[in-house]
Design a protein around this ligand. Sequence first.
Ligand code: SF4
Length: 374
Amino acid sequence: MESEARGKVMEQFRQGFLQRHQNCREWKKKGRGVMGCFYGLVPKEVVHAAGFLPVQLVEERDGRLEEKAGLLPFLCGMSKNLTGQIYEGRYQYLDGILVGVVCDTNRHVLDIWAHKKVFPYLRLLKTPSTATPAAWKFYASDLRRLAEELGRMSGQEVTEQKLWKSIELYNENRTLMEKFRVSRESLGLSAEEGLYVFASSLVMDVEEHNRLLLNLLESPVKAPRSNSEAPGVLISAMNLNMAWDLIRLVEEYGGRVVGDDFPNNARYGISRIPMEGDPFLALAKGYLRRVPAPGIYSFHERAESLAEQMRLSNAKGLIYLVQLYCDAYAMEYAILKERFDSWGIPHMRLEAEDNPASLQQLNVRVQSFLESLM
Ligand code: SF4
């Protein structure tokens, strides 16, 4: 693919993310529903099979939103930001919101939204923290109820055939995203561009996203861009805006981001759903303890997976970025840290708020960490 054509595909990923509200409104105009998903533990396959566009709620950088939310100051910025967006009507086009339990905050912010009646349909999905036959059965039966509710709303019954089709599409997306993740540098794309490819996967129609990924992956490469002299780091971050800031900061101080672990991504994209048996049970087996959410996923496996990603991407160090007041990821890091120390993996935790000045204040720490890797 000529670089101009590649640029056009990348622009579609960029606009797919940046114009997400506009795109969703267009989708609605065609008479189709849009369902908000609070994080990666919502099985988007069921939402898709019922004819809705599943759209992950993502943070927007606007200082007024937290104030608008009026939540307690010690709650995480993510919950305050999303609440502010909802109160301000930025998600007015949604037919409802599904919350897959990841932490106490995302579980209970739903109660506040329900109290305020922000949407007529607000649904909690309880996610057991075990992966036993009893847990799979419990979760699968809740997903069956969810499919019935969504099918009634959209007028499109979720048949087994439709659900398998949706599972297949999301599995294809997982496979393509994984291929993209390992080949991003050899495709000549920057970490910043890579983040747009990922971010758009959270808010775009899966078939369209698969088509764009195929275009990108199947095209010949002219000149891979890589400054192999610069120390490579893996970054782990939840907040997308902060991840973009961190990528720029790393590059400003002579490093390069060779791999990324966006917990949204890992949760949603890490493993394929088994295509056998009952589709609801298959989803239960594909989600429970397979999606690395802190506290309901094995910390040891999480540490091993990050170490493996570092090995595969030749990263010399790991920067773990936590949003202020996010206890879930602060706790995860405290436990992972012991493993990283014992394995001799250079790592650093940064804690900041979602505004450019907050991370910029930590520039000296980023600079010294990168220097220690040279
Ligand atoms: S995981 Fe962290 S950022 Fe996300 S809702 Fe929970 S506390 Fe907030």
